[in-house]
Structure formats: C-alpha cells, structure tokens
Design a protein around this ligand. Structure first.
Ligand SMILES: *[C@@H]1O[C@H](CO)[C@@H](O)[C@H](O)[C@H]1NC(C)=O
Ligand SMILES: *[C@@H]1O[C@H](CO)[C@@H](O)[C@H](O)[C@H]1NC(C)=O
Ligand SMILES: *[C@@H]1O[C@H](CO)[C@@H](O)[C@H](O)[C@H]1NC(C)=O
Length: 399
C-alpha cells in the first residue's frame, strides 16, 4: 500500500516536472513606416503550400482575423461549425450563418473609431511558427487547429498594405498566445520586444526567463514586476505617480485612478489634458535649461524644440511611472528616444499626444514609448514584467 503511494507520488512529481515544456515559441516583429504599425509573420496552410501572412499586433483583439484571399491554398482550411465546442467558446456576441460559426471583428483602432466591422466565418488551418529551447538556433514548428476568422478586404481599412489581418493578443476567446500555449503545453505567457527599426521578437512560453542573447547569459537585463489587470479586454497597469527627473509631477491623483492601458496600435502615448500639460510644462522647462528654444508644434505633437546651441541632445528629461511592486512602489523609466521624436535635422518634439479633457482612457501607453523594452505578459502570475530601457544596456530589440 505504502509502496504504491510512493510510486504514485513519484510518478506525479515526474509528471509535474515534464508537463510544462521549457521550449519557447518565437515570431519576428516588423515596424511599418510611415504608419508605425507593428506586425508579425506567420505561415498558414499545410507545409508544402503554406502562405506567409503579415498580421498587425493588437493587444485589444481576441481572435486573429485576416483576409483569407492571402492564403494561396485552401486545401487544409476547415470551416468551424456552430455546434462545435470551439464555436460555443467563441460565441456570445457572435452568431451562426446556417451551420457556420461567425465572429465579429472589432476595429483595432478603437481610440479613433469605435465602429465594429461585419461578422465573418470562423475557420481552422495549420499555422507554422519558430521554436527554440536552451538557446539552440530556432527551428520550424507547426500546430493545428489554429482558429481564426476570414475577413473581407474592406475590414482592413486603416491597416498598412503589407499587412493582411490582425493577430489577437487579448485574453478572451482563443488569442494566438493561448492557442500556442495549449498546442505545445507551455506556460501561458508572451513577451514583446518592439524594435525601433529592423526586426524585433515576439516570444511565447518558456517557464524561465526568455533564452536570448539579450536576456539570458551572465549579464541579463533586469526586469521589474507589477500586477497586470484585465478590464473589459484591456491590459491595464495601476499608476501611482509620475516623475520627471525624479520630481513628482503635480497631477490630481484622481486622474491616475483608471490606470494606464497598454497598446500596440497607438503610436504615441496619449494623456488626458491635465496630465499632458503637467508633463509638457516640466519638459519645456528642462529643454530651455539645456539651451533649446520652443518652436511651432508638429502634428500630432504640441511641444517641439529647436536644439540650437545645445547640439544634438535627445536626453532632455527622464520620465518615470510609479507602479505597485512587491509591497513598494517600482518605477518604469523612459528616456531619450522613448520620450522625444526627431521631426527634422534640428527639431525634436515631446512624443506624447494630448488626448483631450475627457478621453475614454486617461493614459494609453503607445509603441513609441514601449519600443526597445522587453515586456512580458504572464498569465500564470497575472503580472507584467518590463525590462530596464535596453539603451541603458547598450542593446535594443532590433536584430
Ligand atoms: C469610422 O469608420 C466609419 C466606417 O468605416 C467611417 O465612416 C467614419 O468616418 C470613421 N470615423 C472616424 C472618426 O475615423
Ligand atoms: C475580448 O475578451 C474579453 C474577455 O472575454 C472581453 O471582455 C472583451 O470585451 C473582448 N474584446 C473584444 C474586442 O471583443
Ligand atoms: C554602454 O556603453 C557606454 C559607452 O560605450 C559605456 O560607458 C557603458 O559602460 C556601457 N554600459 C553597459 C551596461 O555595458
């Protein structure tokens, strides 16, 4: 009896160890100019006839959708029926077209346009991505079923031309990272390293830190943790305060109560007017002290500066966002190229946008601020981990 118990305990420990794989799954991240849209590339279809498809990264979309005309061979594509478990799991706001499951694709650009586009069919096919374990060079790996929805070209309004759909990174119905984590039995987490140029990386899985030349090895870039909350499909972090060069920015705490939303489709952080004004005032003061003179705004920016005698100097101010950490406040630091945008040879602008007095969200952190950080969304701990600015470590997301 006792021996059997021991055996069961041993077997279950063994099972617990082998259950979750250490492998990580990787996709490239590209930045499209001048739209500043970030997208990834996956292959859809059976191995011999698979088609490359570029998909916009969107933290606000649950189910991936794309123009299925970009898939060359539809031989392995299957329609998802209304009676299927997959459809029942997706449904809610969606319906059926006869026997076929329908999905309503939201616009990724919710801030500028709340229109919900038409509903389209839910389908499944095979998807091909990359994998690596213990730092070995990546190899190709496929999984099926990969569930997504087929949209018509008109749904792609506002999306740059090399991109033919949206990859769902939210946490509702079948986001891409959840499909990967269940197909390969890896921990439900993903991380983004948005490049300012060239190619960045989108990681999924791996229980330990991401095994990359940047973050593994003897000298990893430090990561800071803060709770991640999900409110009606938005990824939010709680902001306790804002600092500029270590000095508390005078903003009414009630303005920060709603927290900050993270976005991979908003190019520049949008701040409610009072928060924006406080930041701009402090930044303008520091720019003047550095010998810069204010010049006319350059849409969408309101505050721009001639570098003048100060020479090329983007290090005007350091901004920090105070966040709840493990029992004490932690700070997310933004500086240099994450704070300003160069609009001409001699003019730089404060790379933030005034969102007006009563925006839907008082703080939306956009991609100009998020680029060149490793940002990890861990659903096993409900935490967000963000790295030091990679520029501080003489590195970047670009490879
Ligand atoms: C929102 O989208 C609709 C339909 O595509 C369009 O008619 C409208 O002008 C858009 N509104 C804004 C503010 O972009
Ligand atoms: C995504 O799923 C979440 C959780 O189910 C839901 O709250 C949210 O409204 C969904 N987002 C969209 C755009 O449908
Ligand atoms: C980054 O480079 C600068 C200048 O080359 C050097 O002073 C600094 O120590 C480097 N920092 C790290 C973390 O390697």
């Amino acid at each position: 009896m006792c021996g059997l118990t021991h055996l069961i305990v041993f077997v279950s420990i063994f099972a617990a160890i082998t259950l979750i794989s250490e492998a990580q799954y990787i996709l490239p991240i590209f930045k499209h100019e001048p739209s500043k849209q970030y997208y990834t590339l996956i292959y859809i279809g059976s191995a011999t006839t698979s088609s490359p498809v570029n998909l916009l990264l969107d933290l606000g979309t649950n189910l991936t959708w794309l123009n299925c005309r970009n898939i060359k061979s539809l031989s392995s594509l299957r329609l998802v029926t209304c009676e299927s478990y997959t459809c029942k799991f997706i449904t809610g706001t969606t319906g059926c077209d006869g026997k076929i499951c329908l999905y309503r694709e939201p616009s990724p650009f919710l801030l500028t346009n709340h229109t919900v586009t038409k509903t389209d069919r839910v389908v499944q096919d095979k998807a091909t991505i990359f994998t690596t374990e213990n730092g070995v060079p990546p190899s190709i790996v496929s999984f099926r079923p990969f569930t997504f929805s087929c949209a018509v070209q008109s749904n792609l309004q506002g999306i740059a031309s090399p991109i033919s759909g949206v990859i769902g990174l939210c946490s509702g119905e079948h986001p891409f990272w959840r499909q990967v984590s269940s197909a390969f039995n890896v921990i439900p987490k993903f991380a983004l390293c948005l490049p300012s140029s060239r190619v960045g990386k989108f990681y999924m899985g791996a229980t330990s830190s991401f095994n990359t030349p940047l973050f593994g090895g003897n000298n990893p870039v430090p990561m800071t943790l803060t709770p991640l909350t999900l409110v009606s499909g938005k990824y939010l972090i709680s902001v306790t305060s804002i600092y500029v060069d270590g000095i508390h920015l005078p903003v009414n705490p009630s303005l920060l109560e709603g927290g900050a939303k993270l976005s991979t489709v908003v190019p520049y952080t949008v701040l409610q007017t009072d928060i924006y004004d406080a930041l701009a005032q402090s930044f303008t003061f520091n720019a003047a002290r550095k010998g810069m003179s204010e010049t006319t705004g350059h849409a969408p920016f309101k505050h721009c500066f001639e570098e003048g005698a100060s020479g090329k100097n983007i290090d005007v101010s350091m901004m920090e966002i105070g966040l709840p950490g493990n029992g004490k406040e932690v700070k997310w630091r933004f500086q240099g190229a994450n704070i300003v945008e160069r609009v001409s040879e001699t003019v730089i602008c404060l790379a933030f946008v005034d969102g007006g007095n009563k925006p839907n969200e008082f703080m939306v952190i956009g991609t100009h601020q998020l680029q060149d950080y490793l940002i990890e969304f861990d659903f096993s701990t409900r935490r967000l981990a963000f790295s030091d600015p990679l520029s501080l470590h003489n590195t970047s997301c670009s490879t």
